[in-house]
Write a protein that binds this ligand. Structure first.
Ligand SMILES: [Zn+2]
Length: 435
């Protein structure tokens, strides 16, 4: 994993200046950059397409925006930060007094140096976001207000990357790409998803197929689900990637099912990691898990993050910048995702072929001599737990939980027992043997 945190941070820095929204060229530019790392397929869905109860909106693009004072100076300048313009602002070219302009200005009085992030996707309006100090410095005079934007028939753009495995069963990794210069929410999520995809692509074999989605929030997942409804049941496990770059404790938000395998695996990995973490029950707010877990789909999709949205003051402000996300923190997040996926890949049930009393481990070289290399050493308790609970009805995850041991130790023991003929893997989904 050495260097990967720096690489993810560099990718975030490259994506940071781009003005993204739920549609527009900023999203295309973003996906083009990601294509240098993974061969994303880019989808363009036309404005007006009906997607369940929603309609793909007009495409928004912006070239420039500013407010000039009486001297002609730009006192608010889109070029200084793309957060200055309310996303989806309609075009404006007018002169107005401060009193009228004020109705279109948004600031954070409690955080006078930060610029808030605001959107107006589904009702036509315009506005500027400014630091409170900037707002207070505006004199009572006439201003020239310009938003050089366009809202036209166009497309909603998203990226998709499929990695095929031995089975058509899929693991879904979904992240949103609709935020402009904001890092934890969600450039960190984009960078993590890209690097996770690169990592998994290198594995010599994969039991699952993997689907990575880079979509605008809400309307993107609704659009994807509407276009892929026929084969959505292939998704056996999924995670929504967001807020993975801050230094806060881990948070796992469960799927609506609450006890899906992904829910158990994520909690197991966090518990064994030693990192502080909390788990949350599903609630119908947050990110795209809201759509994946809507009752008509009820997919086993959770959300693995650090500090949840809204729980850190920098959230949706200019302070969620490149300093707020640290390479070490996002690396720890990537590592947690990798481990979750390794558990999903390795989980399964086995049958003890010598179930009457314990087999003699020493005779098979499974009992460690004192002083054996601790790296190679098989954990004796792991061997005994696997032998005892491998009745076809318990998965390796069940055994890890019963033994309170990391999954990889249990898997390591199962592999060794299988090699010496004491254990046989049950076919996935096979009924538990009886008697
Ligand atoms: Zn957000």
């Amino acid at each position: 994993m050495a260097g990967v945190g720096q690489a993810m941070h560099r990718l975030m820095a490259e994506l940071y200046p781009i003005c993204r929204s739920i549609t527009g060229d900023g999203n295309r530019q973003t996906l083009d950059i990601l294509r240098r790392f993974i061969p994303l397929e880019i989808h363009e869905v036309p404005t007006g397409t009906q997607v369940f109860d929603w309609t793909v909106p007009r495409e928004w693009n912006i070239r420039d925006a500013y407010v000039k004072n009486a001297k002609g100076e730009r006192v608010i300048d889109f070029n200084a930060s793309n957060l200055h313009v309310v996303s989806y602002s309609v075009p404006v070219q007018r002169r107005m007094r401060l009193q009228e302009l004020r109705k279109h200005l948004f600031s954070l009085p409690d955080r006078p140096d930060w610029i808030p992030y605001r959107t107006s996707y589904y009702n036509e309006s315009w506005g500027f976001c400014v630091s409170h100090r900037q707002l207070e410095a505006l004199a009572d005079e006439e201003y020239e207000v310009c938003i050089d934007s366009s809202l036209t028939e166009g497309h909603l753009t998203y990226g998709e990357y499929m990695l095929s495995g031995q089975t058509a069963d899929e693991i879904l990794i979904s992240c949103h790409i609709c935020h402009p210069s904001l890092c934890n929410d969600n450039l960190a999520g984009i960078a993590l998803a890209v690097h996770l995809a690169m990592l998994i692509a290198q594995w010599p074999e994969r039991r699952y197929s993997y689907r990575f989605l880079f979509i605008p929030g809400t309307i993107g997942s609704i659009t994807w689900l509407a276009r892929n409804e026929a084969h959505v049941q292939r998704i056996k496990h999924g995670l929504v990637v967001t807020c993975v770059g801050d230094g806060g404790r881990f948070t796992y938000k469960k799927s609506r099912r609450s006890n899906a395998e992904i829910d158990r695996v994520a909690q197991h990995v966090l518990k064994q990691s030693g990192h502080p973490y909390v788990t949350e029950e599903f609630f119908p707010y947050g990110y795209d898990e809201r759509q994946y877990c809507s009752p008509g789909f009820n997919l086993p999709v959770g959300c693995l993050m650090r500090s949840p949205h809204g729980s850190f003051p920098e959230y949706h402000t200019s302070a969620d910048n490149l300093d707020f996300v640290r390479p070490d923190d996002i690396t720890a997040s990537l590592d947690a995702y990798r481990q979750v996926i390794e558990v999903l890949e390795g989980n399964g049930s086995y049958l003890n072929l010598n179930p009457k009393c314990e087999p003699q481990l020493g005779r098979r070289g499974l009992y460690n001599a004192v002083g054996a290399d601790s790296h190679q050493k098989l954990d004796q308790m792991a061997l005994l737990w696997v032998l005892n609970l491998s009745d076809g009805a318990h998965s390796l995850l069940d055994i890890s939980e019963a033994a309170n041991q990391p999954f990889h130790e249990i898997k390591h023991a199962a592999d060794a027992l299988e090699r010496c003929g004491l254990l046989r893997k049950c076919a996935p989904g096979s009924p538990a043997p009886t008697g």
